[in-house]
Design a protein around this ligand. Sequence first.
Ligand SMILES: Cc1cc2nc3c(=O)[nH]c(=O)nc-3n(C[C@H](O)[C@H](O)[C@H](O)COP(=O)(O)OP(=O)(O)OC[C@H]3O[C@@H](n4cnc5c(N)ncnc54)[C@H](O)[C@@H]3O)c2cc1C
Length: 389
Amino acid sequence: MSDSLFPLSDEHRMIRDAARDFARTAIAPIAAQFDESGEFPFETIKKMGEMGFMGIEIPEEYGGAALDTLAYVLAMEEISKVDASHAVIMSVNNSLYCQGILKFGTEEQKQRFLKPVASGTAVGAYSLTEPMSGSDAGTMQSHAERVGDSYVLNGRKSWVTSGPVADYIIVFMMTDREKKQKGISAFLINAKNAPGFQRGKKEPKLGIRASATSELIFEDCRIPSANRLGQEGEGFKIAMTVLDAGRIGIASQALGIAEAAYEASVAYAREREAFGQKIGEFQGTGFKIADMKTRIEASRLLIYDAAMAKENSKKTGERYTLKSSMAKLFASETAMFCAHAAVQIHGGMGYSRELPVERYFRDAKITEIYEGTSEIQRHVISRSELQSG
Ligand SMILES: Cc1cc2nc3c(=O)[nH]c(=O)nc-3n(C[C@H](O)[C@H](O)[C@H](O)COP(=O)(O)OP(=O)(O)OC[C@H]3O[C@@H](n4cnc5c(N)ncnc54)[C@H](O)[C@@H]3O)c2cc1C
């Protein structure tokens, strides 16, 4: 990798190596089993918390590891290379949940809602999507009404990563339907004791099966008004700002999956023989390897560049939406490209549950869907280009 463009400090190498070691020794032996059973990997997630992986960029005073975005990306890549389920739990915790409270929360909210999640003793979730509104989040139906010193929440949210197990959740609801996107507000829920709150059905999924995903149901769920995150009407801005960070995490997840598929393919192409030669000696295989490698390195550059832009934004406050969308779009399509090629290079064994390649294939697909589909990323990128200048 072009260390000259993005030189890694000793600290960066340390976190990358720690994540790599942990992924290889603690996650690799259980990844296939948890994928098969769909169980949530509580123990390994807890250990990741103890190692500081669940709040990498959060200041120490709020329970985090106080490292930078590049450190986060490096750790995400290593965990994802071994298991995309652990990686998405980590990504949602770090980006969608912690970053939202760090940026928009009050001091009291940071102490109550950020500290336990950033330190890894509790799991966080982010709930924007509803059954009838995904890409078009501004059309959500769920509703929060201010009653005295409380809000009363009603509605049904869907597709919440870590929904079945989360201790704390950021949820977005309409407080003023007339204002559409500008009428959305964000709330912090203590999922263990919020009255009128229940977890809905757990989704059976194609991939990232050890990451639990569910609906959330709010029926006259009353929470104190002090649990509103940001101002009334600021919810859509919070949701989108946090997604800028989240998309860098998902891009890193995609990069890890792509690399795992690539490395498995190179090893197999060197060993497997057909027609009296190694399959890697066929140009048809070699060209797949070349395209995989090139796309992986290009993804890495886009991701590291987006990470640098996010780091700068901590000083300047400038959004880095374009860079994080480009990184997510390219890396997720690279993950799908590499996983597809890896299955093909492995032939029948690529289709077998005995090797992890078929899991990479199933896991890669989600990176093109959540936190904004590839079509939505293209929309964000083209709008940014066509409207500038
Ligand atoms: C496993 C999983 C985990 C998830 N985790 C979370 C989570 O933790 N929190 C959360 O809030 N959400 C989560 N989601 C929801 C996810 O973000 C949405 O599924 C995604 O944004 C797409 O929304 P949708 O499913 O409603 O598809 P739709 O918006 O209905 O889109 C359907 C198709 O239409 C296309 N389309 C829509 N609009 C346009 C357009 N303007 N131009 C071109 N094409 C368009 C889409 O690209 C897609 O191909 C998760 C989803 C999954 C599957």
